[in-house]
Each structure stands twice: as structure tokens, then as C-alpha cells.
Design a protein around this ligand. Structure first.
Ligand SMILES: Cc1cc2nc3c(=O)[nH]c(=O)nc-3n(C[C@H](O)[C@H](O)[C@H](O)COP(=O)(O)OP(=O)(O)OC[C@H]3O[C@@H](n4cnc5c(N)ncnc54)[C@H](O)[C@@H]3O)c2cc1C
Length: 337
């Protein structure tokens, strides 16, 4: 690298941002990761509920991830040796109108341990990660960028800024400073997902751990307390509504949504309803890209502005991880010039 190492802001402490930040920090750049949330993880976050007891957590976003690329495979080996991931060998079925069917196909499923956010927590701990910082604008400061938070306060000045927020939020942040990148993000529609977290005093009497639901409002249900390193009581379930139902009920209050989805849960199981001891609804406004791009990532060398995330690279955790990795490689190539 010629000259002084640049300061780089990475907006977003999800898997894409933290992967990118980890790699560019290795090049000697001064990297700051900024996230509006209270903890790292983004859509791989884990919900703690201390009232339910120690370790009674819920993976309310990503449920597991699949591993196809050699890059993620070798990273999973490393994370596995550090105890932050484990394979999930749970029985996964499909629930259709005619009952339970075995789920077909591969699949090697990996989960973070003790929660999906473990990988991001691990990565964030090795970086200058600033939480509770909502970036609201990025302004040109001659040959650098000034990042401002929601209150209009200066978060810092950086030579390069990387945005890893979901596509609509990336579009908003980059519109005034990198319109071509904003246009790429604007091309991606993201679907919402209503998620419901449930705890039961008496375990739900089914012999599977997760199910794709092929009828009614739900698309997925899982016994989150059956995943590795989470096997503490109470019996805990996560329900995800499908995209059309979530879209139709996007602005509804959480209470009727929870009620409707709990009814749909027992309906899908064809079981007698029981009252949850605890429940909570969570709306993911931007859950999955409906039409993700296959570009890998975006980087404008002249501006020093980049973007990555699942929406830029085929969706899901693996797509987001690879997108972050590709962007770090682009930045490395640009620094070598
Ligand atoms: C309900 C649900 C179920 C899913 N299930 C699966 C699954 O089973 N398997 C799978 O592989 N994938 C699944 N996914 C998708 C997977 O979670 C995502 O593809 C992946 O986590 C995206 O990572 P990312 O880094 O691109 O984005 P994110 O994880 O969204 O990270 C972006 C970060 O940017 C932050 N941010 C946004 N705007 C700002 C701002 N203005 N200032 C500061 N910070 C900001 C956010 O707080 C967030 O932390 C699921 C997602 C959801 C929501």
C-alpha cells in the first residue's frame, strides 16, 4: 500500500460489513464499524429474554445458513474451532395441507453458538465497533467524507465509506453522493417478514425441530431451543410469516399479528392450541431481497464509496459474507494502485 493507510467507515455490523471490515483492517486501514443497533448481527441477531432464564434466547432473524463456497467453508472450520458455530442436525420437515413430509434435498445447516449473532459478536470484538450510531448522512469534505448521525453530530471523517445496510437504506444514504450506486440499490425490492417468538411451559408435542410451511400465513417454524448450545427450558419457538402475508400486515400492531400467527401455527401443526407463557412479535421491514443482484459488490474507486450485502450478491448469509469479502478484495486492489 502506498502512502498513509486510509480511514474507512463501514456502516453496518451485519455479516457483510463485519467480514469486509475484518479483511480491510488486516491491510492496515483504520476501520470504524458503525451500527444503529445495540448489538452486532443485523439480520443474524439473537433476542435475549432474561425474564425467561439464562440462555433462553431466540434467533428471530436468520435461522441457519448453508455453506457452498470454499471461502465460507474454510471460515466455518475456523469459527467451529473457536466454538462460535456448530452444525444443526435437527429434523426439518415440510408442513403441507396433507400433513408432515420429510424435507428433501441436501442440506448442511450451520448455526451460530450459542446464538446466531455469535459470529458477528466475535468479528465485532476485534474491530473499532461503535453501536447505537445511526448514520443519517454522508457529506463531502473535499477529499474525505464526513459521516453524520441522526442528531446531526459528526461521527468522523473518513477517506472511504462502505455501506452495508439493506438495499432501500443504502439507496437513501448514497443517493446524494454516489447516485450510480444508489440506482443499483434502488433496483432491489426487499420483502418484509413478521416474526413471532413463543415460549411454552409444556413442550409442544411434535417430533421435528423445524418446518417449512406450505400453506396459510406462515412460511417457517422452528424450535429454537432445539438448536445446539441452546437446549435450556422453556420450549421456545420462532415463527416466520411468508412475504405476502407480512406485506399485507406490515403496518398492523404486533398484538393482532401475534394472535393470528399463533393460531396459524397450531393450524399448521394440526394440534390443539395451547397458551404461550410468553410471546413477542418482531417486524423485519427488509428481510430478504426479492430480486437480489449478482454483482458481488459495488465500489467506486474515484469516490471511495462502496456497498455490499446480501442484496448485491444473491441473498442470504452466504451471499452477504461473500459480498463483504469481494468488496475487501476490491479495496485492496484499489489501494495497491
Ligand atoms: C426473518 C429472517 C429470516 C432469515 N432466514 C435466513 C436463513 O435461514 N438463512 C440465511 O442464510 N439467511 C436468512 N436470512 C437472511 C440473512 O439474515 C441476511 O441475508 C444476512 O444476515 C444479511 O447480512 P448483511 O450484512 O447483508 O445485512 P444486515 O444483517 O441487515 O446488516 C446491515 C446492518 O446495517 C445496520 N444499519 C442499517 N442502516 C443503518 C444506518 N443508517 N446507520 C447505522 N447502521 C445501519 C443495521 O442495523 C444492520 O445491523 C433471514 C433474514 C430474516 C430477516
Amino acid at each position: 500500500m502506498d502512502g498513509e493507510a486510509p480511514r474507512i467507515a463501514v456502516i453496518g455490523a451485519g455479516i457483510s460489513g463485519l467480514t469486509c471490515a475484518t479483511e480491510i483492517a488486516k491491510l492496515g486501514c483504520g476501520v470504524s464499524v458503525l451500527d444503529k443497533a445495540r448489538g452486532p448481527g443485523g439480520r443474524m441477531s439473537t433476542r435475549r429474554v432474561p425474564d425467561l432464564g439464562v440462555g433462553a434466547d431466540f434467533d428471530h432473524g436468520a435461522q441457519y445458513f448453508t455453506v457452498r463456497s470454499p471461502e465460507l467453508s474454510s471460515r466455518v472450520e475456523q469459527w467451529s474451532s473457536e466454538g462460535v458455530v456448530a452444525p444443526w442436525h435437527g429434523r426439518i420437515v415440510a408442513l403441507g395441507p396433507d400433513g408432515v413430509e420429510e424435507s428433501s434435498g441436501i442440506t448442511r445447516r450451520v448455526v451460530g453458538t450459542p446464538g446466531m449473532n455469535a459470529i458477528c459478536q466475535r468479528l465485532a470484538a476485534g474491530l473499532d465497533t461503535r453501536l447505537g450510531v445511526q448514520v443519517s448522512s454522508i457529506e463531502s469534505d473535499g477529499d474525505a467524507w464526513t459521516v453524520l448521525d441522526r442528531a446531526g453530530d459528526n461521527v468522523g471523517t473518513f477517506e472511504k465509506v462502505i455501506c452495508t445496510a439493506p438495499a432501500p437504506q443504502t439507496e437513501k444514504l448514497l443517493r446524494g453522493i454516489a447516485p450510480e450506486l444508489a440506482d443499483r440499490a434502488a433496483a432491489v425490492q426487499m420483502q418484509p417478514c413478521w416474526s413471532v417468538l413463543l415460549a411454552f411451559d409444556a413442550p409442544i408435542p411434535v417430533d421435528f425441530d423445524g418446518a417449512f410451511v406450505n400453506h396459510g400465513p406462515l412460511s417457517w417454524v422452528a424450535r429454537t431451543s432445539a438448536k445446539p448450545a441452546r437446549q435450556t427450558p422453556p420450549d421456545r419457538w420462532v415463527l416466520h410469516a411468508g412475504p405476502s402475508w407480512s406485506e399485507a400486515h406490515l403496518e398492523d400492531d404486533a398484538e393482532p399479528v401475534v394472535e393470528a400467527l399463533v393460531a396459524a401455527f397450531f393450524d399448521a401443526l394440526d394440534a390443539r392450541p395451547s397458551q404461550p407463557a410468553w410471546c413477542k412479535g418482531h417486524r423485519w421491514r427488509f428481510a430478504l431481497a426479492q430480486n437480489p443482484l449478482a454483482d458481488g459488490c459495488f465500489y467506486d474507486r474515484r469516490l471511495g464509496i462502496g456497498a455490499c450485502g446480501d442484496w448485491a450478491n444473491g441473498n442470504r448469509v452466504e451471499g452477504a459474507f461473500l459480498s463483504g469479502l469481494r468488496l475487501a478484495q476490491e479495496i485492496e486492489r484499489a489501494l495497491d494502485r
